[in-house]
Design a protein around this ligand. Structure first.
Ligand SMILES: NC(=O)c1ccc[n+]([C@@H]2O[C@H](COP(=O)([O-])OP(=O)(O)OC[C@H]3O[C@@H](n4cnc5c(N)ncnc54)[C@H](OP(=O)(O)O)[C@@H]3O)[C@@H](O)[C@H]2O)c1
Length: 287
């Protein structure tokens, strides 16, 4: 199995996974199968990405006794969960994350919108589904929750989340949030590790001078430099090079609390956070 960390539940979670947001559906099955063939078995998918049936086809063909990936090496944790299980053609999940601290209105439209472009939200508080969430899931986790919300989940439930998945890269090092997670026993998964920009006027992490210089020095791609930065603090050997202390400082110094993945609305030519008025919006607090 690829380099991994151990969750408080004792289960291992591979440190590098394949995210499938924005993937081309027609290439997804082949991509997942290729991922398994080169030894990676941590797949990050979400019902809202609409591509779980394609992933399910790859899982059915390649995971199980006598196949490319034995069950025990696969790492992935009530109507939505059942649909995910059916689409993925799985009987259980290793890890199931609550994607956001607030819920969209239920129905067939994954992004129900008001006339002004804001999302139609459901009033359900995250504590309610969390308290009753059960089923064929080994480990539960959170995504896009801030520190206060994580503490709030921990204070109201005996079901302890094992993982927080948040946006994290050298522009957004999330030091305080990660420290809080470590104090609470949660492992942190970084999403958009390469800096996922949707707008031409946003800074391009993959083109930062220090990233390009280190890529040249170590004969690696800029993407490998950014992934290596993510895992070096855990002292795990993922690629066969190691940054010096000074180089780690240079990459850490890119931090400017910049977030790419904030749902935005364009009004009069200006962007503003689409859901910032929601009482459970996680990004109004500093961390
Ligand atoms: N929990 C959440 O709310 C949440 C939110 C966002 C993302 N995620 C997860 O995180 C995963 C990754 O996030 P992401 O797609 O936003 O960001 P990302 O992986 O940081 O960046 C993707 C961008 O990097 C480029 N890229 C990919 N491989 C590259 C390489 N080897 N060299 C140079 N450029 C490369 C891609 O460009 P091209 O497309 O042009 O190839 C794309 O623009 C998602 O698939 C999803 O699983 C979770």
């Amino acid at each position: 199995m690829a380099a991994s960390c151990v969750l408080y539940t004792g289960q291992k979670m591979p440190l590098i996974g394949l995210g499938i947001w924005k993937s081309e559906p027609s290439q997804l099955k082949a991509t997942v199968k290729y991922t398994f063939s080169v030894g990676y078995c941590h797949i990050d998918c979400a019902a809202i990405y609409g591509s779980e049936p394609e992933i399910g086809e790859a899982l059915k063909e390649d995971v199980g006794p006598g196949k490319a990936v034995p069950w025990e090496e696969l790492f992935d944790v009530e109507p939505a969960l059942q649909k995910t299980l059916a689409d993925l053609q799985l009987e259980y999940l290793d890890l199931y994350l609550m994607h956001w601290p607030y819920a969209f209105e239920q129905g067939d439209n994954p992004f129900p919108k008001n006339a002004d472009g804001t999302i139609c939200c459901d009033s359900t508080h995250y504590k309610e589904p969390w308290k009753t969430l059960k089923g064929p899931v080994q480990v539960l986790g959170l995504s896009n929750f801030n520190s206060w919300q994580i503490d709030n989940v921990l204070s109201v439930t005996s079901v302890h989340p094992a993982v927080l998945q948040v946006e994290c890269y050298s522009y957004l090092t999330q030091n305080e949030l990660i420290a809080n997670c470590q104090a609470c026993g949660l492992e942190v998964t970084a999403y958009s590790p390469l800096g996922s920009s949707d707008y031409s006027d946003e800074p391009v992490l993959l083109e930062e001078a220090v990233v390009l210089a280190l890529a040249k020095k170590y004969g690696q791609s800029p993407a490998q430099i950014l992934l290596k930065w993510q895992v070096q603090w855990k002292n795990i050997k993922v690629f066969d090079f190691t940054f010096s202390l000074e180089e780690m400082k240079q990459l850490n110094a890119l931090n400017k609390n910049w977030q790419y993945i904030v749902p935005m609305l364009m009004v009069d030519g200006k962007r503003f956070p689409r859901d910032a008025g929601h009482p459970l919006y996680p990004f109004n607090d500093p961390y």
